[in-house]
Every structure is written in structure tokens, then in C-alpha cells.
Design a protein around this ligand. Structure first.
Ligand SMILES: [Zn+2]
Length: 168
């Protein structure tokens, strides 16, 4: 996103006509982008980019996409995991019937649907932890913070799913 200095770890399709081409955003901006997805309906990728640039606060003349792309998140499993994460990060879903309230936030952070199980949670956690590890983000502080949230979310979820196993 023009003017944003956070590392761009989340991708979103450029438009409905270019679902396999992506822009990369930080978490806040991918949420913002996804929240406006309906607004972009029918617009070309170019028109969406113009719209993004017009938006207040995003007026920087440069579009440092190359730098933000950064070569992160290149493996298939990681992309699959992040896809789920990004889509769950779009407009808030109505609370699902039967989801334990204390798990709603952890599930959202991990991009998981309820019900889930230990194997699914563990697999998603490993992908996200790899993605947000500070070593993979040039020691980025924001990535470190996200990793902490992911760790906490996983610990909470796992403790709920398998209360007999302690999570370090
Ligand atoms: Zn951003």
C-alpha cells in the first residue's frame, strides 16, 4: 500500500478478473482491502489501483510493490494457509452458532473455521509461524508482534481442544 511501511505478508487478488494476480499488503491493509471487496466488484485491476491511490492517506507517489513483495510466502502450503487467513480477515463474519466465545478471536487470528481439530490447528499454526517469524521478515518488529498473537491464539485453541496437554 503506498505510504505503508509495514511488511506485506498478506496477499489479495487484484480483481475478480485477475484472481490469480495478487497485491501484497500488511494485515491492516489487507483487511481494509478485503472489507471493500464488494465495492471493487466489476472494476479492473487498474481501476482498483487508481481507487487505492485516490484514497486519503495513500497519496505517496511511489508504489513500492517490488520491495514489499520481498520473496516471502513462496511455498504452496504457506500460500494456501495465508489464503484462508486473508479471507477470514475480510468483513467480520457473523458469529457461528456453537463457537465457544473465548475461541472466536484465536480462530480468527489463525484463520480457522469452527469446529476444528488439533491436527488442523497445528498445521495452520506451523504455516503462520513460519510466515511471521522475525527471521523471515528481516527482524521486523511488527512481524514479531503478530507472531506473539499467533502463538497465543494457538496456545489458547490447543488448550481448549486438548486440555490434558500443556502448551509451552
Ligand atoms: Zn499496510
Amino acid at each position: 500500500m503506498p505510504g505503508c511501511d509495514h511488511s506485506a505478508a498478506y496477499r489479495a487478488p487484484k480483481s475478480r478478473d485477475a484472481l490469480r494476480e495478487y497485491w501484497w499488503f500488511c494485515l491492516d491493509h489487507v483487511r481494509q482491502y478485503n472489507a471493500r471487496w464488494d465495492f471493487y466488484k466489476g472494476m479492473s485491476a487498474e481501476a482498483i489501483e487508481q481507487e487505492l491511490r485516490r484514497d486519503a492517506g495513500w497519496q505517496r507517489p511511489t508504489w513500492p510493490l517490488g520491495r514489499l513483495g520481498g520473496g516471502q510466502a513462496s511455498t504452496d502450503d504457506l500460500e494456501a494457509a495465508i489464503d484462508g487467513f486473508v479471507h477470514s480477515a475480510s468483513a467480520p463474519r457473523s458469529p457461528r452458532l456453537g463457537t465457544p466465545p473465548e475461541l472466536r478471536q484465536p480462530l480468527e487470528i489463525l484463520g480457522l473455521d469452527w469446529p476444528t481439530d488439533v491436527a488442523t490447528a497445528k498445521s495452520r499454526y506451523k504455516s503462520l509461524a513460519k510466515q511471521h517469524h522475525p527471521d523471515a521478515n528481516g527482524g521486523d518488529r511488527a512481524a514479531e508482534e503478530r507472531l506473539k498473537q499467533i502463538n497465543l491464539a494457538y496456545a489458547t485453541l490447543r488448550a481448549w481442544l486438548r486440555p490434558e496437554i500443556k502448551v509451552a
